[in-house]
Write a protein that binds this ligand. Structure first.
Ligand code: GUN
Length: 294
């Protein structure tokens, strides 16, 4: 028996808590917590993501604003925009949607965001804090949203001490998901392996995992027989694959149908991790607002 970990339910609960905090912040400070999302160019999937982020912000009593810049914007102009947001005391959170067009250096732009407003948790200072913390505290730290959401669902599924001693395998080594996810699992006393597309005998490595996190961006790459019976599977992938009617369909990095009956718990795609990512972004915005107001 495999149970689905319902991202909608987890995200709705986190958003409800975040909304109550945002309303209390507004009552106390006379303004809502504010999140400014910067998007460069018109990549359709990125545009859809950022619209979801600002819409969900509004539903959570957060002043979400979208700043749309043309594909051709220069590095100087983008840096100037980030500097303007850094200097604006009413801006609590800044998110620059990645990936950026090829002529812009994503790491440079992330490094330009004030660390206290870095609600993605991508600034080197926040990355360093995550790597050196002996205790992970999502109330005091800005932790990357997708790994944080995944961790929260693991805690709810396995119980607060349920991760300790488990073998965790993270497939994927991106700065956005794979690396911070491994760090969070390590801090929660898992024995962590970070695997990737060049790992030798990846199926065998995955079969060792009590907790398997797939974040490679390859549709249904993780097959059912790569999953240890009874494992908890977190599927971070959001991949659009073609269908005969031309509309396409969204699948994860795990062949979910094959995993059913093998995994103990699995996040579906859609309706799994993606919903928690946005909820954690709003959580981080309120954490940033409260920390800045202290
Ligand atoms: N692109 C894909 N995921 C993310 C994310 O979590 N934050 C940003 N800034 N860009 C992304």
């Amino acid at each position: 028996m495999t149970t689905l970990i319902d991202g909608n339910v987890h995200a709705a609960a986190l958003r409800a808590r975040t909304k109550a905090r945002a309303e209390a912040f507004a009552a106390h400070h006379g303004r809502q917590p504010r999140l400014d999302v910067v998007i460069v160019g018109d990549h359709p999937a990125s545009r859809a993501y950022v619209r979801t982020k600002t819409r969900m912000a509004h539903e959570t009593a957060i002043d979400g604003r979208l700043i749309e810049l043309p594909e051709t914007v220069t590095a100087e102009a983008l840096l100037a925009e980030i500097a303007r947001l850094n200097a604006d005391p009413t801006v609590d959170g800044i998110l620059v949607q990645l990936p950026l067009p090829g002529h812009l250096d994503g790491q440079m732009m992330i490094g330009a965001i004030h660390p206290d407003k870095d609600v993605d948790g991508f600034h080197p200072l926040n990355v360093g804090k995550l790597y050196t913390a002996t205790k992970i505290d999502p109330e005091r730290m800005l932790i990357p949203c997708t790994p944080l959401g995944s961790l929260m669902m693991l805690h709810d599924t396995l119980g607060p001490k349920g991760l300790a001693g488990k073998a965790a395998v993270v497939v994927g080594r991106s700065n956005i998901v794979g690396k911070p996810m491994a760090q969070l699992l390590l801090a929660n006393d898992c024995t962590v392996t970070t695997a990737h597309s060049r790992t030798g005998d990846l199926p065998a490595v995955c079969r060792e995992a009590d907790i398997l996190v797939a974040a490679v961006g390859r549709p249904e790459m993780v097959r059912g027989d790569w999953i240890k019976p009874g494992a908890v599977v977190i599927d971070v992938g959001i991949n659009r694959v073609p269908t005969e009617d031309g509309k396409g369909r969204i699948v994860g990095d795990v062949a979910t149908a094959e995993a059913m009956g093998r995994a103990a718990h699995i996040t579906p795609v859609p309706g799994g991790v993606g919903k928690m990512t946005v909820a954690c972004l709003l959580h981080n915005t309120v954490v940033a607002a409260q920390a800045r107001a202290e």
